[in-house]
Design a protein around this ligand. Structure first.
Ligand code: FES
Length: 122
């Protein structure tokens, strides 16, 4: 079980929801299920409307990830991933600060997901 706390200036306050461990829903799917208004368009990693900033309750316990080439390329195009973060993702399997909500699978860890409410605005 993981707590996912969504926060945005367009929400009345932060909202924490529980994601079931082993579930393979994306953060965007969890948000939709709970009526959390993360902007989206393609749901396929192409438009970047769903850009989010993710912080980890226990940064040292961040789970390994597989950052797809598509997500990496899109984040690079937006200037939302550093060379160090790309290296950390490729070598250490560590997630970067910004993600695409439609590509990020909720895992068994507590995270805070921030978004501006503007498409691509994180
Ligand atoms: Fe288009 Fe996520 S909705 S990249």
């Amino acid at each position: 079980m993981a707590n996912i706390t969504f926060t945005s200036p367009i929400m009345h306050g932060p909202k924490t929801v529980y994601a079931v461990a082993g579930d393979t829903k994306t953060i965007l799917a969890v948000a939709e299920e709970h009526r959390i208004p993360i902007p989206f368009d393609c749901k396929d990693g192409n438009c970047a409307s769903c850009l989010i900033e993710v912080t980890y309750e226990e940064p040292s316990l961040r789970k390994g990830i597989t950052l797809t080439e598509k997500e990496k390329a899109k984040l690079r195009e937006l200037g939302k991933i550093t060379a160090q973060e790309i290296q950390d993702a490729e070598v250490l399997d560590l997630p970067p600060r910004y993600r695409l909500a439609c590509q990020f699978i909720a895992r068994d860890e507590n995270v805070t997901v921030a978004f501006s409410g503007e498409p691509g605005g994180a």
